[in-house]
Design a protein around this ligand. Structure first.
Ligand SMILES: NC(=O)c1ccc[n+]([C@@H]2O[C@H](COP(=O)([O-])OP(=O)(O)OC[C@H]3O[C@@H](n4cnc5c(N)ncnc54)[C@H](O)[C@@H]3O)[C@@H](O)[C@H]2O)c1
Length: 201
């Protein structure tokens, strides 16, 4: 039943709600406050929260900590997620040094590369046997991506956050999220151009 509402847009809003909720110090929060503070439609926020929490009460809203726990449970943030990065170049290092993932209980615990200062990719299998690794973040050059993806899968990892500009060929039990900052920027430009046209600029 909840699977029906798992649209990407809905899933993308939940961490945003969580982030906003963590800024409040009150005991209760209403959907209308959350919507106003995030600049989102109240109906949308109300619908989203009703899908993941039964705690909303007329007039008072949600108990803040319960709502946060409901979102965390729904997204799986109540369990720690261990990740490794493979490809510690410019992008890999930036992600490794970014602490924002911890908010969602995601910890990047291993840094792999072919260069000496990092753990060598040949040791990934052994590393995964010693540590429970859920996710691999792939930031190697395009030509290396499929080969490294095969190594990741052989090591037993079933989720890949792929930044390399290539579609990975993976078995059906492996989930891949392709990330492309240029796509986000191009969407911004589309909105910007639409707004300019609407204002006759
Ligand atoms: N999706 C995005 O928005 C986005 C943004 C920037 C970069 N990228 C992509 O991310 C990747 C990395 O970009 P970058 O700028 O950090 O490049 P980079 O050259 O700085 O880093 C690549 C790293 O991968 C390592 N590497 C190469 N072959 C490897 C292998 N077989 N095993 C392990 N490590 C290996 C290199 O030693 C290097 O440290 C590229 O594919 C790039 O196109 C994507």
């Amino acid at each position: 039943m909840l699977q029906n509402c798992q649209t990407e847009a809905f899933l993308e809003r939940l961490p945003i709600y969580l982030n906003q909720l963590s800024q409040y110090s009150s005991d209760y929060v209403s959907a209308s406050i959350l919507a106003k503070d995030l600049g989102l439609g109240e109906v949308q926020v109300r619908k989203d929260l009703a899908k993941i929490s039964r705690g909303g009460k007329p007039k008072v809203g949600y108990i803040l900590n319960d709502l946060k726990a409901d979102i965390e449970r729904y997204m799986g943030f109540d369990q720690p997620t261990n990740a490794v990065i493979i490809g510690m170049g410019k992008l890999g290092r930036s992600l490794y040094n970014y602490h924002g993932f911890q908010q969602y209980h995601i910890e990047i615990i291993g840094a792999f590369d072919i260069r000496e200062s990092f753990i060598h990719v040949d040791q990934l299998n052994e590393y995964c046997q010693e540590h429970h690794i859920d996710v691999a973040i792939l930031t190697v050059p395009k030509d290396e991506a499929q080969k490294i993806s095969d190594i990741i899968i052989k090591a037993g990892i079933k989720a890949i956050w792929n930044f390399s500009p290539t579609r990975l060929n993976v078995p059906s039990d492996v989930v891949v999220q392709n990330e492309n900052l240029a796509v986000s920027l191009s969407i911004l430009i589309k909105h910007y151009n639409d707004r300019r046209k609407n204002h006759g600029l």
